[in-house]
Design a protein around this ligand. Sequence first.
Ligand code: AMP
Length: 275
Amino acid sequence: MKQITSLAEMQALVYPADAKIGFVPTMGYLHEGHLSLVERAKDNCDITVVSIYINPTQFGANEDLSSYPRDLERDLELLDSLGVDYVFIPTNEMMYPQPYLTWVNVDEYSELYCGQSRPGHFRGVATIVFKLLNLVRPHYMFMGEKDFQQLVILQKMLADLNHPCQIISCPIVREEDGLAKSSRNSYLSPEERIVARSLSQTLLQMKAMVAAGYKDATQLIKIAASNLENNGANVDYVELIDSRNLRKQTEIDDHSRMIMAAFVGKTRLIDNMLL
Ligand code: AMP
């Protein structure tokens, strides 16, 4: 595995002709969720590139940028053992030369849900992903459904900007008890870890209710939110949306997805499930 730590080297990298290039952008502190994307890329592409970069512009002023977990050495060992070809590790100076003035924003979609409690978050995400795509030049980008709103926003960005890269969305990898794997799970105390289960448990319960014939979105949202609160989580939002365009739904159909964000102690967790 080759490590690339300069812009010039990334830009000058010449891939074999006709090779299909797969890309997995990450913020590091890798877990099985990330590794599932890497494996998918390895299975479907000739060359796999992974980036590790904690993008400061997607963190709000009061968020966890400085405390975000890191372990580069372990990440590199894991990626090497999976047979990744290139790992790109840029610095803030490379990605945001000062004064930095150019941004990518997907209007409307970026203001919804996570965008409400994290103003500017998706502008930071869209900008860094667009920049990484320009540098890495992949045919396919592998992303997790864990960050469902992000996935739809980036799909819209690529479509609107006529970008040829295709996003391959990959299922959420969960802990044995259902909790969606996340680098931020390392913040949870043992007691909080038990509360955190209530997100996936609530989603499964809602899925079962839909299977039993429940169709009223407002009712399902209400039940889900009180379920979370009763378990000790602090709800940021619970919504029922159309998976294709993030629009709120009033009645369940084949595209209905419940999305949620909740604080467990100080840690903000997200989860979602197709109902
Ligand atoms: P992050 O390092 O949090 O920016 O995540 C990098 C990529 O890994 C994103 O595409 C995430 O959606 C994906 N990802 C994170 N957690 C999971 C998970 N539990 N299952 C599947 N994909 C995940």
